[in-house]
Design a protein around this ligand. Structure first.
Ligand code: NAP
Length: 389
């Protein structure tokens, strides 16, 4: 196959210590027939590349990366889609920029096929999952292979499919950083999750319950039943004011912890919904301007979560691997189960998958099954969206 090398995508895991040349995309008009096809000395792989902000991702071939020191080469089985992926694609995520051309996709599940120097935690053949790239200069998971910093990975829960496992990483890392690292949620507390049926929210309410808290969550429409199905008390945000649910759920005392996944006015209302002195608000969308007066007059506290930091800075990556190991234990114990959107998407479904997320039409996490051949579409059964392993 004749390959025209068009441009540079980015360096492997973004680590300067690797000293390797970056993966290089090459325009192609046909699907790669097989992983690892050779052109000259280069071993090629299929990937989806963003060349212009706002444009659809393009199927291209690039040179397959080699794992550098501390990295493993992962053959990717599934790539999770998060709202942030769609914001990065349109160039509207000021806090999560990529250099073009870029390989997007933050979450993955796959199998280790090669170890870089110094890797001891994994062996070839291990099935793994993680939030591994798709932001900054770190190539993402919309590819057949990725060279991944092993610190970012954990062994995939054995009972989960690749698709289920790829639904978890960003959501559970974000929820864990908020509820465990910042708020130290524990038994006996009352926790309110805003956006409890969302990608982060439905994981957060399971995590809070697993830690023994009594959990309440705001949502609307069909999301209310999702919230109830995970054992939390659903609050219809379209019919219930903050004053009303603080009164009914906490006798007016306020929640011990409010975990906000919505931001804006919902974060403002969170500052007035926590109890005095010990109340704690955590937000994953604390990017706006807010009056701290309601929080300050309660003597309460606030924390932000920005789970991209380890990918952007290189610091704290091992903690993400640890969180995922803990999460895998919760999955195996039955305490954590991601909800997967019933419509299936493969390589040629990325535009549709992004559209579902962008329009708020997702009923659970949207995941691209990269083991599916091009042209495949289909529906999971309703039961499979919760129980598929
Ligand atoms: N800081 C970080 O590290 C970090 C990490 C991950 C995600 N995020 C951000 O967090 C946000 C949520 O992510 P996600 O994956 O959970 O998104 P998602 O799946 O789209 O869920 C958002 C949820 O918010 C709910 N919602 C919307 N308006 C609401 C309101 N006024 N009150 C209560 N709930 C409301 C929606 O439910 P209904 O509209 O149906 O009620 C929906 O369930 C995104 O903007 C994402 O970019 C930040």
């Amino acid at each position: 196959m004749s390959v025209h090398i068009a441009a540079t995508v980015a360096g492997s895991s973004g680590r300067t210590r690797n000293g390797r040349e970056p993966a290089t995309p090459a325009a192609t008009s046909a699907w790669a027939s097989d992983a690892g096809s050779a052109a000259g000395d280069a071993v090629l792989m299929r990937t989806l590349v963003l060349r212009t902000f706002g444009d659809p991702l393009r199927l291209e071939q690039v040179r397959r990366p080699d794992p550098g020191p501390g990295e493993v080469l992962v053959r990717i089985g599934a790539s999770g889609v998060n709202p942030l992926d769609t914001k990065i694609r349109t160039g509207s995520a000021a806090h999560a920029r990529v250099a073009l051309p870029a390989m997007l996709g933050m979450d993955l599940a796959g199998a280790v096929v090669q170890l870089g120097p110094g890797v001891r935690r994994f062996a070839v053949g291990d099935e793994v999952f993680g939030m591994t790239g798709g932001v900054g200069v770190v190539p993402g998971s919309l590819a057949e292979y990725a060279a991944v910093d092993a610190d970012l990975l954990a062994v995939k829960p054995p009972s989960m499919s690749m698709v289920q496992a790829a639904a978890l990483p960003l959501s559970v890392i974000t929820a864990w950083e908020g509820l465990v690292d910042r708020a130290a949620v524990h038994a006996g507390q009352r926790v309110l999750v805003h956006g409890g049926a969302g990608g982060v929210g439905h994981v957060a309410l399971q995590l809070a319950r697993a830690r023994g808290a009594e959990v309440f969550a705001t949502g609307s429409g069909a999301g209310l039943e999702v919230i109830r199905s995970y054992g939390a008390t659903a609050i219809d945000r379209t019919t219930t004011s903050a004053e009303q649910y603080v009164a009914s759920a906490t006798d007016g005392v306020g929640f011990d912890v409010v975990f906000d996944t919505v931001g804006g006015a919902v974060l403002d209302s969170s500052f007035a919904a926590v109890r005095t002195y010990t109340g704690h608000v955590v937000s994953v969308l604390g990017w706006g301007s807010h009056s701290l007066a309601p929080l300050s007059f309660r003597g309460a506290t606030y924390s932000g979560v920005f789970s991209l930091l380890p990918l952007l800075t290189g610091q704290g990556r091992a903690h993400h691997g640890q969180i995922l190991t803990e999460a895998a234990g919760l999955v195996e114990s039955g305490a954590l189960s991601p909800m997967v959107h019933p419509e299936q998407f493969g390589w040629d479904g990325v535009t549709s998958a992004h559209h579902v997320v962008e329009t708020g039409a997702a009923r659970g996490k949207v995941v691209l099954d990269l083991t599916r051949p091009p042209g495949s579409t289909g529906l999971r059964t309703a039961a499979a969206t919760r129980t598929e392993r």
